[in-house]
Structure formats: C-alpha cells, structure tokens
Design a protein. Structure first.
Length: 202
C-alpha cells in the first residue's frame, strides 16, 4: 500500500490506538506461521517501545506497508530488532517511532484467541522459544549487540554447513513439525478483513 492510502491507514491506526480502541488488521503472509497465517485478523493495541517485552508480536510502519513480526530486543543504538518466526534473518532495526502497537489477539474463522492469557499466551510464548532455538542453532547470533543474543554453539556451527549436514536438516524439519503439532489444536480457516503485510523471508 503506497501514497495517500498508506498515510491515511497509519493516521487512522494511530488515532484509534491512542483512544484505547482495538484495531483489527488482516495478515497477508505466513512469515509468522503457525501462530499467524495469511487471512488471520490481529488485534493491535498501544504499547510504548520502552514497555515491549522480548517475544511480543508487534506491528511497525515500514513506509511501504505494515509489518507484523516478533520483537527480540534493541540493538546498540536503541533501535527495535524484529524477525518473523519462519525466518532465520532479522529485519533491519527499526526506529522506535516506527512502532504502531502490539498484537494481543488473533481472530480466525470468527474465533478470537488471546495472546496475553491462557492457552493463547502459552502458544505464543512456546512458539517464540522454538523460533529462538532454531535461530540459535542454524544462524548464530542475533544482531549485535542485542543483550540477550545467544552465543553460537559447536553443534550450531556444524548444523550451519550450508545444509550439507543431514542431521541438521532433519533437526530443522523436526522443529517445524513440532511447531505445527502444538499449534494444531488452535488451527482453523482464516477470516477476512483489512490488510497488514508480513515479510515472507525465510
């Protein structure tokens, strides 16, 4: 979405969030699957950058559209570091003012799943941990100097041999299978609505 349409969307979103309203947007890719899939609607609420917690799902304005990814911390310049769960590559760091809000619920086939409490919170947290483990094993560091970035492991160094290490490929496939399995009880046919873009990297 570009030009005046994007500007109007951002203005409407910021105004609604500032008034304490919940704003629903529709996901258009699977970069956060299986937690969020194309067609899911996400509820966006206010969250100042200083109150973000590692693992939160956030929405940022990337000028050409909106991006919803997981928040992993800040870099040495205080910029926000994000990444889609299906990608091993972190997004370019964001200026804090690019943050529009935090996702606190997912709506699929008319059913709303809270990501702040109960089973939905457990699912979001667990999938975040799996994504962190996968990134550590297969890609090494998060962008330095992210404080919580894990050090590369000897096993990870072997797993990252350009996919030639068969156990590494099998392990990554196992992680993907595990993610799909724990998300299965929450699966359903996605609904429709407004538009939010996700990066399909990874």
């Amino acid at each position: 979405m570009a030009g005046i349409e994007h500007s109007m969307l951002i203005s409407l979103l910021q105004s609604s969030i500032a008034q304490g309203q919940t704003f629903y947007l529709t996901v258009s890719s699977d970069s956060m699957a299986p937690l969020l899939q194309a067609g899911d609607e996400v509820a966006v609420v206010a969250r100042p950058p200083g109150r973000l917690r590692r693992g939160d799902i956030v929405v940022v304005d990337e000028e050409s559209g909106l991006l919803t990814h997981r928040y992993w911390g800040k870099d040495g310049k205080g910029k926000l570091v994000t990444r889609g769960d299906r990608s091993l590559v972190f997004d370019p760091p964001w200026e804090p003012e690019r943050l529009l809000g935090r996702v606190n619920a997912r709506r699929r086939r008319g059913r709303t799943l809270s990501l702040e409490r109960g089973a939905g919170a457990w699912l979001a947290t667990h999938l975040g941990r799996v994504a962190a483990l996968e990134q550590r094993l297969f890609a090494g560091y998060a962008p330095t100097p992210l404080p919580a970035a894990p050090a590369p492991t000897r096993l990870g160094n072997r797993l990252r041999q350009n996919g030639r290490y068969l156990p590494g490929r099998l392990l990554r496939r196992a992680l993907h299978t595990w993610r799909a399995a724990i998300a299965l009880p929450f699966a359903g046919t996605a609904g429709a609505g407004g538009t939010i873009r996700q990066d399909d990297a990874g």
